[in-house]
Design a binder for this molecule. Structure first.
Ligand code: P6P
Length: 334
């Protein structure tokens, strides 16, 4: 009997990855499958958001001081729920939670990993049907197994991540995740309700023709950023151009496009917000890990994002990420 091995689901892929490492306990594979399950549940709600009264503001404010939409809370609860009831995660940090949530039960305290989430990034775009996403980061605990997870488990340098990924709820729903073995993308096949390997071994092109930045903040950027933006605009056929400006205002959509096509995404610091807007632990670290594994680079404008030592869960950072040669061109700009 012929077995079609071409179509590999997320579950089959993570189990295959585990089989390749005989000593693997299967916890990381299980954690990724749990995230896939929650992502499918969020996908269902995102895809009917316009049809039910789920768009209304929940009326509460999150730690960012932004109105929280019901879908943010729903997404946060889905990811927190599957991980709390799984056997692979000892606790989570989330944009929607003021502080970490330690699961502190006998099974969870023995789990090797903790996760950080932006459960629904770009949620201000929900009402206008623009692609949004979930971003996640996975660390091996540094605290003693068998005891509750501690804040130190979450405040590790990004270079210590064991996995990171995102879900993009767009024209199709995709889950992309990276380990040190590579970056792989899975598209949700709604006919069977499974994420299916569609983008094996993703590599970020060494260069590209897309630059992504919010031009509305131009006069608040420092001179180096302004000079680089002008360089992008001066590009001609002779000097490797022309570049095109693409900015959706939804980080997962913008960075995903540039990862696949090549390009640079920038959220620099401004005079009003020198640290920028994006969060280090659950927005920038995961994407920095993914893009570096795919061959690109990610900095805060001065140093490698993955080497920044975090001091608090919700800290912000300026963020520059993308194709290796475009990042080097930015770094050389005076
Ligand atoms: P601005 C969405 O609110 C978000 O956090 C990211 O998804 C996105 O890249 C950024 O903010 C957009 O911010 O200031 O350009 O609207």
């Amino acid at each position: 009997m012929l077995i079609n091995r071409k179509i590999q689901t997320l579950d089959e892929f993570t189990i295959q990855q585990m089989r390749d490492f005989p000593n693997a306990t299967g916890e990381l594979s299980g954690l990724l499958r749990d995230i896939g399950l929650a992502a499918k549940r969020v996908h269902v709600e995102v895809n009917k958001a316009g049809l039910v009264d789920i768009l209304g503001d929940a009326g509460t404010m999150n730690v960012q001081g932004e109105e929280v939409k019901k879908l943010d809370i729903y997404a946060n609860n889905q990811f927190m729920g599957v991980l709390r009831h799984g056997v692979s995660c000892a606790g989570i940090g989330s944009e929607e939670l003021d502080d970490i949530v330690v699961f502190d039960d006998e099974i969870s305290n023995k789990s090797k990993y903790v996760c950080l989430f932006d459960p629904l990034d770009g949620s201000s775009n929900i009402d206008v049907n623009v692609s949004i996403g979930t971003i996640f980061s996975v660390f091996r605990r540094v605290s003693e197994l068998g005891k509750p997870a501690t804040k130190e488990d979450f405040l590790q340098q990004g270079i210590k991540q064991v996995a990171a990924g995102y879900v993009i709820y767009g024209s199709s729903t995709m889950l992309v995740y990276a380990t040190r073995r590579g970056v792989n993308g899975f598209t949700l096949d709604q006919s069977v309700g499974e994420f299916t390997l569609s983008h094996p071994d993703i590599k970020c092109p060494d260069t590209g023709k897309i630059y992504s930045v919010n031009h509305g903040n131009f006069f608040q950027y420092n001179e180096k950023v302004q000079n680089y933006i002008h360089e992008c605009q001066r590009k001609t056929k002779d000097n490797g151009g022309p570049y095109t400006q693409r900015y959706i205002g939804s980080m997962v959509a913008d960075v995903h496009r540039n990862l696949i096509k090549g390009g640079i995404f920038m959220y620099p610091g401004t005079t009003d917000k020198p640290k920028g807007k994006l969060r280090l632990l659950y927005e920038c670290n995961p994407f920095a890990f993914i893009v570096e594994i795919a061959g690109g680079k990610a900095t805060n404008g001065k140093e490698r994002i993955l080497e920044v030592q975090p001091t608090e869960i919700h800290q912000r950072t300026p963020f520059f990420v993308g194709s290796k040669l475009m990042m080097e061109q930015y770094e050389q700009t005076q």
